[in-house]
Ligand binder design. Structure first.
Ligand SMILES: Nc1ncnc2c1ncn2[C@@H]1O[C@H](COP(=O)(O)OP(=O)(O)OP(=O)(O)O)[C@@H](O)[C@H]1O
Length: 262
C-alpha cells in the first residue's frame, strides 16, 4: 500500500541574470527563488493496482516518483510505502521497489548486461536460486538471450529498455515505478514492454505506477489515472471517467489540461 498525505516539495534555485556582470555579482550575492513542485498531494494506491500518473511537463510527476522511491525528502506531509517512510528507511525500502527511469540507465555502460545483473544481485543480496529463477523468467519473457553478453552501450534503445526493466525486477519488488518506460521505442518494442508489464502484474500482482506522456501506454496499462498539474492532484478516477470527455484519449487528455489550465 502506498499513501501520500498532504505532501509538499519545493526546490530552491539561484536566480541570475545573463551576462558577465551578473555572473560576477552572483559570486558575492545570490538571490534564490522557490519552485513549488508538489503542493499538498494526497493519494492512496492499493497492492496490485496499475496506476497511470499523468500530467503536462513540469507537473510534478518525477518529483513524486523520487519521493516514493526514497531519492527525495518532502518538505512536509506523510509518505508511507508498505508501512515504511521511503527516505528514512532507504536500504530496506529499495528491496521492495523497482524503478525504471526511461531517460536514465541503471546498467553499467561499458560492461556486458549480465555483469550488471550480477552486480545488482550482490547489491540486493538476492539468494542464488532466486536470482537464477528471476533471470531465467525475465530472459524468456523479455527476449534477452541475445543481449546479455553485450555491453549496454552497444544496445539499441528498445533493447536497453528491456534490459532496464529486467534489472529493476531481478529482486522481485512488490512495487514497480516506471517513469516514461516507452519513450522513444518503436511500435513493436512498445507492445513488448506493455505486454510484459501486464503479465508481471497478473502473475506477481506487482503494483505498477506509470508516468508517461504516451496515452496509448495509459490505455493499455492503467485502470486508474491520477492527473497532476502544477503540483496538485486534479483528478483521480478510472479511464472510463476520463473518457467521458470524448473517445480519443489524446484529445480527451488535452481537453482536461485545457480545462484545468495546466
Ligand atoms: N532538481 C531540481 N531543481 C530545481 N527545480 C526542479 C528540480 N527538479 C524538478 N524541478 C522543477 O519542479 C517542477 C516539477 O518537476 P518534475 O520533474 O517533477 O515534473 P514532471 O511532471 O516529471 O515533468 P516532465 O513531464 O517534464 O518530466 C518543475 O517546475 C521543475 O522545473
Amino acid at each position: 500500500m502506498i499513501t501520500m498525505e498532504h505532501v509538499c516539495k519545493s526546490y530552491k534555485i539561484a536566480k541570475r541574470d545573463a551576462g558577465i556582470k551578473a555572473a560576477l555579482k552572483s559570486l558575492f550575492y545570490r538571490e534564490y527563488e522557490s519552485i513549488h513542485a508538489l503542493n499538498d498531494v494526497t493519494f492512496t494506491i492499493g497492492d496490485g493496482e496499475m496506476v497511470g500518473y499523468i500530467g503536462p511537463n513540469g507537473a510534478g510527476k518525477s518529483s513524486t516518483i523520487k519521493i516514493l522511491s526514497g531519492i527525495l525528502t518532502p518538505d512536509s506531509g506523510t509518505v508511507l510505502v508498505n508501512g515504511r517512510i521511503p527516505y528514512k528507511d532507504r536500504i530496506r525500502h529499495v528491496r521492495d521497489i523497482g524503478v525504471v527511469f526511461g531517460q536514465r540507465s541503471q546498467l553499467w555502460w561499458d560492461v556486458p548486461v549480465i555483469d550488471s545483473f550480477e552486480l545488482l544481485k550482490d547489491i540486493y543480496t538476492i539468494p542464488e536460486p532466486q536470482y537464477r529463477q528471476s533471470l531465467e523468467e525475465l530472459t524468456e519473457l523479455l527476449n534477452l538471450k541475445e543481449l546479455l553478453r553485450s555491453p549496454t552501450r552497444q544496445l539499441s534503445l528498445g533493447q536497453r529498455m528491456r534490459c532496464e526493466i529486467a534489472a529493476s525486477l531481478l529482486h522481485r519488488p512488490r512495487i514497480l515505478f516506471l517513469d516514461e518506460p516507452t519513450i522513444g521505442l518503436d511500435a513493436v518494442s512498445k507492445l513488448a514492454v506493455r505486454n510484459f508489464i501486464i503479465r508481471q502484474n497478473n502473475i506477481h500482482k506487482t503494483t505498477v505506477i506509470l508516468t508517461t506522456h504516451d496515452m496509448q501506454d495509459i490505455e493499455a496499462l492503467a485502470s486508474r489515472i491520477i492527473l497532476i498539474g502544477k503540483g496538485q492532484v486534479l483528478l483521480d478516477g478510472t479511464l472510463d471517467d476520463i473518457r467521458k470527455g470524448g473517445s480519443n484519449i489524446d484529445e480527451t487528455v488535452a481537453k482536461l489540461y485545457r480545462t484545468y489550465e495546466i
